[in-house]
Design a protein around this ligand. Structure first.
Ligand code: ZN
Ligand code: ZN
Length: 201
């Protein structure tokens, strides 16, 4: 809405000539065309009609609604257990809990007035700690060849031995990492949770 054309002053004749270049009178940014200068400080509108933050294409509300829909679809595609069918380690909103009772105790400890809704959780898997052997070999190969004058002319040796050593290293590990298993969704319904809460309280 704020585009204005730039003019060139001819020092000899004192005449002003239009340049075909426009700028935004609000912030003085120059746009190459009138359209670009017009849009400069004009807020973009979301499909729902609300104003959009700078550099965004949808408003925050629509964006969080779209994210929720996407997450729900992902959950429904992987829904495996419901309520008492699963009482073990879970992830809820990327946070780990020993089981659903621990989660409920956790949320009601500070805020006993919390209202409850259906909970979409995922099961947890224990993965033995290991390094990705192929990745490590690739990185080492890159380090070494980066330092060489003519990497094509040199053949690196010892990769088979290194692979074997790394595999031994992996086999020696006893520690594990706990990861979310997004292939196994667990639905805890409001009704089921309300019963559980009564037991906990
Ligand atoms: Zn502007
Ligand atoms: Zn919107």
């Amino acid at each position: 809405m704020n585009a204005k054309e730039l003019y060139n002053l001819n020092n000899e004749t004192g005449e002003y000539k239009p340049t075909g270049v426009y700028y935004c009178t609000n912030c003085n940014h120059v746009g190459y065309t009138k359209e670009i200068a017009e849009q400069c400080c004009t807020p973009t509108l979301c499909k729902c009609g609300k104003e959009v933050k700078k550099y965004w294409t949808v408003c925050e509300e629509c964006s969080s609604r779209i994210t929720k829909q996407r997450e729900l679809k992902k959950f429904n595609d992987n829904h495996k257990y419901t309520n008492e069918e699963y009482d073990d380690e879970i992830f809820i909103d990327d946070d780990f809990y020993e089981n659903i009772e621990y989660y409920l105790e956790y949320i009601y400890e500070d805020n006993p007035e919390n209202t409850i809704e259906d909970i979409y959780a995922y099961t947890a898997i224990h993965e033995k700690y290991s390094v990705n052997v192929d990745n490590v070999l690739e990185i080492i190969n890159e380090w070494v060849t980066d330092d060489m004058e003519d990497p094509e002319l040199v053949e690196l040796n010892g990769f088979d031995e290194l692979r074997e050593a790394l595999e031994k290293f992996n086999n020696a590990q006893t520690g594990y990492v706990i990861r979310v298993n997004e292939k196994e969704g667990v639905l805890y319904t409001k009704e089921f949770l309300e019963k559980l809460i009564k037991e906990i309280k």
